[in-house]
Design a protein around this ligand. Sequence first.
Ligand code: GLN
Length: 544
Amino acid sequence: MATDGSDPIPPHKTFDTILVLDFGSQYSHLITRRLRELNVYCEMLPCTQKLAELDWTPKGVILSGGPYSVYWDDAPHVDPAVFELNVPILGICYGLQEIAWTFGKNVLAGEKREYGHAYLKIKRHGDGEAGGHVDKLFKDVEDDVEVWMSHGDKLSHLPEDFVSVATTSNAPFAGMAHKTKPLYGIQFHPEVTHTPKGKVILKNFAVDICQARTDWTMGKFVDQEIARIRALVGDKGQVIGAVSGGVDSTVAAKLMQEAIGDRFHAVLVDNGVLRLNEAKQVKETLTAGLGINLTVIDASERFLGRLKGVTDDPEKKRKIIGNTFIEVFQETAKNIAAEAQGSSKAGDIEWLLQGTLYPDVIESISFKGPSATIKTHHNVGGLPKDMNLKLIEPLRELFKDEVRELGTKLGIPEELVWRHPFPGPGIAIRILGEVTPEQVRIAREADYIFIEEIKAAGLYRKVSQAFAALLPVKAVGVMGDQRVHSQVIALRAVETSDFMTADWYPFDGAFLKNVSRRIVNEVNGVCRVVYDITSKPPGTIEME
Ligand code: GLN
């Protein structure tokens, strides 16, 4: 949880843990996710991890896929000590080839590559010479199943003492198992949804073969995380952290409050470009609703003053807002620290809370190739190091959906738990052109109406992110028989599962008609509404 290496109770010491060694596949993190969905705790480390450096023992190890060919001179290889751990090992794709290479140097480029769907035929051995355990991986899986493949290399023959447990028309060794040891390899990817029985196979490995307990639940996580925070911070330590009203910072703040009460100081900086009534609402929810010790700083004037006259470069807006935020946060931290110092029950503020999630951690540790250096630390909040605070990151083991589940568990209102993402620079990057108080008013009011209608139509959770943007142009209209020349609102709403690619949401005509009518009627200064039908790519989700 803390990045200074002083974690007192890491989850891999509390929960049975499956270790995923990442060879750089784009799906490696999905293996981790699938196991967590089965309530089995799982952590990922780069394939180059030296096992002697781990101070814990996994219940089992999964070797992921990867873009290399095991027979290349510079291909990455697992620490051979993994085979001495005496725990079950499952190789997936490159991982299977890595096991085969270790035991038989028998991998070569296939004549036919296999990408996409394939049909797997399972070969059961019963209690024969190979021993009953080789069938365990495919328990509760039919004899013929659809799987998803993505490979060009293949095994020329099985390594000694292995048997084939599955075939496809192209790959006679699509699945293999060691006759006596719990070593398994599969050529297909069980972690992707295109392999319908993939989760059963992963469960067979983790729960039946590795015997991992299925106790990774949010209830248990909360208890152990609170104990962990208390152990780390001590009974006098104080923590400060910025909150935004978004799900991650709110969940992190609530967890801190449960652990150390008012010794956690939350700070909300009102930068003048939050959504309509947002600062007020966040304050109410966090203080009255959740009991969090919150200081709200209204710095709107400072932000808007600095944004004045910036018309050309959107990056400049982002920089101004980022730098001003750091400035205001630092000032506030100093004031809070000065106030807190006099109190007898607490010590100095030594810690800074950050809402880092597991995908950020994975991003910073995942294996990027033999030549790429691996980033060791990823400071997501971008706060300066000279603040001299130690980081505390209670969400750094969680995926986004786990954070939502945790939020619900901690009594955070559903509306907040399912809130759409909102960018740090706020609606400043949704006002194309200069950000003035008047433009902020227009963009805010239009956005409020759009989101209100999306919620009323029951679509808020179907849409991944939606907002109204104010375009830097004027158009002609007729209102009340008068010619008007006023501004244009662009609505944007996207559907996406990972925010890397996205498609615009297909609202029906009546819905759009109603939103457009309301915006033109209720928001002074707008005479036209358009709907953005650009996917990502080539568009981005935000407009600036
Ligand atoms: N590079 C290897 C192959 O093409 C492994 C691919 C993978 O792990 N997806 O067979």
